[in-house]
Design a protein around this ligand. Sequence first.
Ligand SMILES: [Zn+2]
Length: 402
Amino acid sequence: MSNIDLADVQLASSETARRINRDIVLELTRANQPLSRADLSRSSGLQKSTVSQIVEQLIQEKWVCEGALALPPRGRPSTLLKLNEDLVAIAVDIHPKQATVATVDLNGRLLSRSIVPLTSDPLASTKLMTECMLRILPALPRKSIEGIGISLPGRVDPKTQRLIFAPNMHWPEFDLKKEIEETMGLPVKMENAATTCMLAELTFNRIPGVRDIVLVTVSEGVGTSVFANGHLITGNRGMAGEFGHASLDPSGHLCSCGRRGCWETFASCGAAIRYYQELSPKSRTVAFHELLQLAEEGDRYAAQALEKQALYIGRGLRLIIAGLAPSVILIAGEITSVWGRFGPIIEKEATEDTLGGEFPRILPSHEGEIARLRGAAALVFQRGGVREEELESNRGSRQPEG
Ligand SMILES: [Zn+2]
């Protein structure tokens, strides 16, 4: 028997069923394109007439378009369907010092990418980002821009869509969404960077059959997105998953959140740079990508600093494994570019003397920084459809036709 929350009852109307079936058809098209209506009917189990109706609607809404004719050895030729690549989202990946502004099509392909430097002034920074967007648009005359998706190093209140916790940004309270919507005349959706990475994995990569994934982003901070029992967990005010700010040592280094010894003060890229300075005080200050480069070139202090960071990433993962028992943990961030060297350290530390049961698979996320951009685009492409978590929980359980 399923557990029904009586405080939030929503009856499955025929409209809901139609929306779910529509999204199943859309997802099957994404995964198997190009394909015919008959293929869709076979793989969804939906009647041909239902599939045809949904496809007509998707063509009208410009999500799907007709392509080549397939000529089977016997029978009538059929028109193949694919996702409409002319549907494009502007994707923005915001970091404390810079933002990447990109255009991404419905298949998750990156069409353009520009870097914009940011300052501690949110209004001036937003102006730089919108100017960049306005420069990009004329280069896409035949594309239909659906909206703007933003990946942020912080938490966004799901109700108000305001940034409520972004300790690394050092921005005062600011309505980023309203400012960009007013300038661009396009809808804006925002999400935490870890969640956008998770959405990119769920939308464009798929880890078949896995319903328990924790994704950890390691950059200026350490962020986490939790997909448990097939649902994205948001928690009260969207604050779930702040493992990066769980304190491992109350007398440790001061964290950007104001507390001491948070996991991120041990495991972030900033922590690795600090370890390097401690080991080699006479060296110049380096950026994280330079640290990776130095380690590759044989600098033993750089290697030791990264080993220590990897050890602490693994140590923090123990908390996640004990609390959530995920089947897969995905690590996103620059450190994945040297996964062969430091991944095993993370894995060994995380899975040493854990509780009973199976160890999770600990893997690098597929595409590093591009994941944030594709995830930000996925936020836009969810428009009008059922949300990803509903889709996930209903996948495989086809809804009654109507
Ligand atoms: Zn903290």
